[in-house]
Design a protein around this ligand. Sequence first.
Ligand SMILES: Nc1ncnc2c1ncn2[C@@H]1O[C@H](COP(=O)(O)OS(=O)(=O)O)[C@@H](OP(=O)(O)O)[C@H]1O
Length: 322
Amino acid sequence: MMQKQLRIINYLVIVGIVYRNITFYKSKLWDSYHTSVDNIVDILFDAVADENYCLHGGPCVPKNYVSMYKSQSYPDAIIIGCKKCGTRALIDMMCLHPQIKALRREGHYFDDFYALGDYWYKSRMPILADHEVAIEKTPSYMLSRLTAERIYNFNPDIKLIVILRNPVDRLISDYLQKQARFPKAVVLSVGETYIKNKTNTVDETKVHVQKGLYAKQLKPWLEIFGTKSILIEDGNAFTKDPLPTLKRAQQFLGLKPHNNHVYFNKSKGFYCWLENSQTKCLAGAKGRKHPKIPSQQMNILKSYYTKPNEDLFKMIGKRFDW
Ligand SMILES: Nc1ncnc2c1ncn2[C@@H]1O[C@H](COP(=O)(O)OS(=O)(=O)O)[C@@H](OP(=O)(O)O)[C@H]1O
């Protein structure tokens, strides 16, 4: 009897583990399903794409379809950071330029999926017509020297775009994202989370705090790529008025200036734009209302970042208003 119960428990544990893994990998499986389909389509097109794009006595593939598909290419530029600094708004608004196309989701090839190979990366890229450029954004790239090395080995001439934000605003934004995702786990306030009670100093062990140390993160990128390959923008200024940043980004990519039709949307409280005559704003997860932080705690957070900010400004040769 005991053995039978043990077998049932064993069985339930296995079912539990399988279920958990399926849930965890569901999105990744979905992704790779699409990728496999893309790859199969590519192989088929390779097979049929002889001179006339026809199989022997079989179906023909429209010439322009083949050449359109074949124009899928690696990115010309990557937005490498930083998290919660306006990367989504930047890439979506950059795509209002008729020559810019972007990977819809974050790329994560050079950090999470490097083992899948650059063919996988390319297969996720948008299809380009002549004179168009492809971009992607992955805010976590900026955090690692290894990623910088990988990207350099991949393409030393690639253009990199960095959008930064007042690190205290960034910290609160990361906190709010975590709170929204894990409401039961985030019970402490911003101050209680990031300021040590006993010493009234910032808790430097917290990853969210470390993510605001921009000079440290950018140093390897500047060493590896040099200043000319990296456009560094102020996310706070971009949020208030995106046009100057968008203009510089177009110039940086060597594109003709294009007047992106963005406008301040009062009800969203942020800039939005028109897409096929419809208003398009970012989803509610972007542009959350920040809580009021008690001024004493705010001062502790601000003064913690004063020196790292100065290091950053010195390193990049320009100042931001934070
Ligand atoms: N036009 C527009 N609409 C909405 N949000 C805007 C816009 N421009 C900049 N931002 C700021 O972008 C912040 C989110 O940054 P990211 O897109 O980089 O976040 S993420 O790292 O991809 O999760 C987001 O941070 P929070 O305000 O803290 O939510 C916004 O302040």
